[in-house]
Design a protein around this ligand. Structure first.
Ligand code: PHE
Length: 458
């Protein structure tokens, strides 16, 4: 068996920084922007229940598998998979899984950066007092105005990516480690404040009923696919982001222990975001099914009403931007790590090339919200570019990547390798449970959900 490798990119100083970085990757627009509107669009409680099941039965075991592969390979996902396949005498084609992840990362970051740009712009608007006394109609018009303006969308998308480039090029860990240590707790405090505010404004009882009283009559194959896609998206799974962070994890750190923390923090943040946002929606008599504009329309109304709203609004949208940035970094890192490993480019050169490519794709995503609204890529006649990028990457590529990761980790590599990396005794209940779920439950869930969405069950 090959000797343990060291990471060529360096390692986190301790488990704590890994947890912070991986939580920074996981907690992002997926929790604060996407989760609430998906709950709103998919009928509430039933979606929440299915989502939680997906997190527990599919997300958690696959996150352990992903970190395990990363730490074993100690390289970018492409090279980690190639090296492990070589060590274990497996088909070298497994590195294709790394390429799938890189492609998914490009697609996700292109639209992610557009939304991250809105978050930055809203922070700026709040600073200028733009939300003062705003009502829901005006807030709706403001948001529609942003979407309708190609200049604004492209400008803020560019600023967002430029920030990301700066951080990744400079070497992520120093700046990033410090930033997440300070900003993640702050974000959490702010969300708690918003929940309290919501509890006092009324609409809270309605929110609890909406989020936690499941009505399964509205559930169909599409709902389940969306919940599964969201579970992968919110945990940053299936594309190598968590894998590459795992490559920098010190060997003595416990993979199962760290995973539970990351998954727990991420899930809690999503639920809190829902509890913060829906009371406002209900007490203002708005519709929960508002789609992607939800957070950008409801929260400005709150900030426009309350004392210190200008300051809090600014802080919230800055933190939303920060949460998006710490996630965006991890979307960029697998490709940048790979290009750096190949040489002769420096990390900064690699980051520049990749950021540029994503910037271009992101412009297409941004323009599809206004001037290119009618552009279609066949055979997807009913999705614009933005929605198409989101659908194909989140709902297809991430679950597919996750499925292959589960198969690789739980079926293909030697059991000795698994035991060493996971640090569990072979006959322990925990290990058996993980193996069972990763071998059968998680892959089967993904396959069934795909078949169902394709209409194969009638
Ligand atoms: N998990 C991030 C979020 O919830 C998005 C993300 C997806 C980041 C995939 C990395 C990889 O916002």
């Amino acid at each position: 068996m090959a000797a343990p490798r060291a990471s060529v990119h360096g390692e986190w100083s301790s488990s704590l920084f890994f947890i912070l970085a991986a939580t920074g990757s996981a907690v992002g627009l997926g929790n604060l922007w996407r989760f609430p509107y998906l709950v709103g669009d998919n009928g509430g409680g039933a979606f929440v229940v299915i989502y939680l099941l997906c997190i527990l039965l599919v997300g958690l075991p696959i996150m352990m598998a992903e970190i395990m592969i990363g730490r074993r390979g100690r390289h970018s996902p492409i090279n980690s998979l190639r090296l492990i396949a070589r060590d274990e005498g497996l088909n070298p084609a497994w590195q294709g899984l790394g390429w799938l992840g890189v492609a998914a990362g490009f697609m996700i970051l292109s639209f992610y950066s557009v939304v991250g740009g809105w978050a930055l712009y809203y922070g700026f608007e709040a600073f200028q007092g733009g939300f003062r006394g705003i009502d829901t109609d005006t807030a709706g018009t403001l948001f529609e105005g942003v979407l309708a303006s190609p200049g604004l969308v492209v400008l803020w998308h560019s600023i967002f990516l430029l920030l990301l480039f700066g951080i990744v090029a400079a070497g992520v860990r120093r700046g990033l480690q410090r930033a997440v240590t300070l900003l993640m707790p702050l974000l959490f405090l702010l969300l708690l404040f918003l929940v309290l505010y919501g509890a006092l404004t009324g609409g809270f009882a309605e929110t609890l009923a909406f989020m936690f009283r499941p009505d399964f009559s509205a559930v169909d194959g599409g709902t389940i696919l969306t919940a599964l896609g969201q579970a992968f998206f919110t945990l940053s799974l299936g594309m190598g982001a968590i894998m590459v962070y795992g490559a920098y994890l010190p060997s003595r750190a416990s993979i199962p222990g760290n995973t539970v923390w990351i998954v727990g923090m991420d899930t809690l943040t999503a639920i809190i975001a829902g509890l913060a946002i829906f009371p406002v929606v209900f007490s203002a008599g708005m519709e929960p099914a508002q789609g992607p504009g939800l957070v950008f329309v409801t929260l400005p109304v709150v900030f426009g009403e309350i004392t210190l709203g200008t300051l809090l609004g600014m802080v919230f949208f800055v933190l939303l931007s920060v949460a998006a940035i710490t996630s965006g970094i991890s979307l960029l890192e697998p490709a940048v790590a790979y290009l750096t490993e190949r040489g002769p480019l420096s990390r900064a050169g690699a980051a520049a090339i990749i950021t540029l490519a994503i910037w271009l794709l992101g412009i297409a995503a941004g323009l599809s919200l206004n001037v290119w609204a009618d552009v279609r890529i066949l055979p997807f006649a009913d999705l614009g570019i933005f929605d198409l990028l989101e659908f194909v990457s989140n709902d297809i590529m991430l679950p597919l990547g996750g499925l292959l990761i589960a198969v690789f980790a739980a079926w293909r590599i030697r059991s000795k390798t698994r035991l060493v990396e996971l640090g569990m005794p072979p006959d322990s209940l925990r290990f058996r449970l993980w193996l069972l779920v990763t071998r059968f439950v998680a892959p089967l869930a993904v396959v069934l959900v795909f078949m169902n969405a394709l209409g194969l069950f009638g």
